[in-house]
Design a protein around this ligand. Structure first.
Ligand SMILES: [Zn+2]
Length: 272
């Protein structure tokens, strides 16, 4: 993924709190305090934080929205190959094709960036956390791995929390989703393994920074690798990877039943 150091870096601002009891969704996005503006803090990242959940999506009970995260961007080029291949560029093309494949499966698709900017990890998570009934897929081109293979990563389980308030800190947003994320990851990886020989048969766990703050079933998909001799080798893989992910997410759809909103009664499509 080209950013192993950042993957393990703790963020400085676990100040936003969300409650899964009174309100399922995040109450606010995290405000980063005590640090200067990020080198990539441009106006382009601001609109990501103020997108309200779609009323249509919120009124339905299941998975409707897929948030795609083309990783890196801006001054962060991600993994770099000897042939001038930059992860941050390839994942944008990857995201465009995956968006179309998912729309073909009937999903609404949002992206964390459209151009060469670099929203913060928290801004990217906030994009998913503002949605009800979303899954999150962060896209990477690795610097390691057998070229021509694809791997899916999910977060390992979190250590138990001693917090009795019922509030979930931003930094543990993924904690209650790890089982669903594993389910999503295994469905996606099974599709990838069918199409890309040599890929692992199942999803792997890794403490991927971007997944940790995401309050939704969330996976990282990494194509190997930037070390191919010609970028065309990656370009040729992308349609098949997109199709595999779209099929995997569609297969996951029946597994994702959202908790009922407080005050609602169970009924068809809204089991207790
Ligand atoms: Zn990466």
């Amino acid at each position: 993924m080209g950013h192993s150091i950042r993957t393990f870096r703790l963020i400085a601002a676990p100040v936003a709190i969300l409650s899964f009891g009174a309100s399922w969704a995040f109450q606010e996005k995290p405000q980063i305090t005590g640090v200067g503006p990020s080198p990539n803090a441009t106006a382009s990242s601001a609109p990501l934080t103020s997108v309200p959940p779609s009323p249509i999506a919120a009124s339905r009970m299941g998975l409707n929205v897929v948030v795609l995260d083309p990783s890196h961007g801006g001054v962060d080029l991600g993994a770099r190959g000897t042939e001038g291949i930059h992860e941050s560029e390839v994942v944008l093309q990857f995201s465009d094709q995956l968006k179309r494949a998912l729309e073909g499966q009937g999903f609404q698709v949002l992206t964390t960036r459209e151009g060469n900017d670099n929203p913060s990890f928290d801004d990217r998570s906030a994009r998913a956390n503002a949605q009800r009934g979303a899954v999150f897929v962060t896209l990477h081109i690795g610097s390691t791995g057998l070229p021509g293979t694809v791997r899916t990563y999910v977060m390992p389980d979190f250590p138990p929390s001693d917090d009795v308030s019922g509030l979930i800190p931003w930094d543990r947003a993924q904690a209650t989703f790890t089982e669903l994320s594993r389910k999503l990851g295994s469905l996606v990886q099974a599709e990838l393994a069918k199409r890309f020989k040599g890929s692992p048969p199942s999803a792997q766990t890794a403490p991927v920074r971007q997944l940790r703050t995401t309050a939704a079933p969330a996976i990282a998909v990494e194509i190997a690798s930037v070390s191919v001799e010609n970028r065309a080798e990656l370009d040729r893989m992308i349609p098949g990877v997109a199709e595999a992910i779209a099929h995997g997410v569609a297969a996951f759809r029946p597994s994702y039943i959202l908790p009922a909103k407080p005050g609602t009664t169970s009924g068809p499509g809204n089991p207790p």
